[in-house]
Design a protein around this ligand. Sequence first.
Ligand SMILES: Cc1cc2nc3c(=O)[nH]c(=O)nc-3n(C[C@H](O)[C@H](O)[C@H](O)COP(=O)(O)O)c2cc1C
Length: 309
Amino acid sequence: MPRIRTALSERLGLKYPIVCAPMFIISNKEMIVAAAEAGILGSMPSLNLRTREEFRDALAWIRARTDKPFGINLTIKLTDPERLVHDLETCLEFKVPVIITSYGNPSELARRAHDAGAIVFHDVIHLKHALKAQESGADGIIGVSAGAGGHAGTTSPFVLYPYLRENLKVPVIAAGCIATGRQMASALSLGAELVYMGTRFIASTECGAEDAYKQRVINGSPEEILYTDAVSGIHANFLKDTVPGFEKQDANAAQKAIQSEGSGKKWKDIWSAGQGIALAKEVKPIGQIVEDIVREYVDARASLPALED
Ligand SMILES: Cc1cc2nc3c(=O)[nH]c(=O)nc-3n(C[C@H](O)[C@H](O)[C@H](O)COP(=O)(O)O)c2cc1C
């Protein structure tokens, strides 16, 4: 398979400009190592490990298996401040090259990460927050479009990526609805330097999601995706029928149902995914998914209309 280079993928030492994006609860250390072996950047939220000690053990486990780059997601406002500082320090101790920040101002984390030689990506849904994050020292901005899995924006990927690219000095990482190499070709042509894919990797053998969830992802259609703030207070995309109370198509009813079910139900059985479920077809090991994406990317480029005089 040919190498696919962008300035940012070269800087990170990746074979392909692809990130296996962090996903609460379901991304894990096995995905990070498989992604590293496949030549892409794996990642997970530090909070996927319940305790500080488990997080440290996970980083040691990864480092014993690969010296390739990977990323850790620190969710600033969703993490207890002491745990946040601890997880950042543990990342720097294990020389995690990429810190992915979300939900908050990354300035302090960026300063400390830079002092230790790490680089920082920050995720946003609006230009306003992208400019602030750039000012705060983010080395790359993850633009999360409409239709993305997890917390998502409302701007079409067709507009968001080139819009951010035109207005930022730092590189743009395209997130949202990218499930195939054809879409990767589109995102790169729109000015992104990396593609950031979550939903497609739910349907990987290594992913910690239960089998029924993976089956929903490979058999789903975009009409099954619901964009709502009823689950966490921030708008995100979910498989509609896993959101309790949503038969009524009423956000208040859903919120009440979720609260009464308690936080256990809240995160374990409410399944987030993006509109990209339309294009994920098979559960496979990450290495094979990456090969498929690269093949599709090559085909997409070759299928563009030829230039004629
Ligand atoms: C199940 C799930 C959980 C997610 N959890 C997180 C998270 O904890 N932190 C975060 O920054 N992004 C999270 N995301 C967003 C992804 O990192 C990424 O932005 C998104 O999946 C990209 O869109 P796509 O799913 O259409 O590929 C999550 C996405 C999914 C599908």
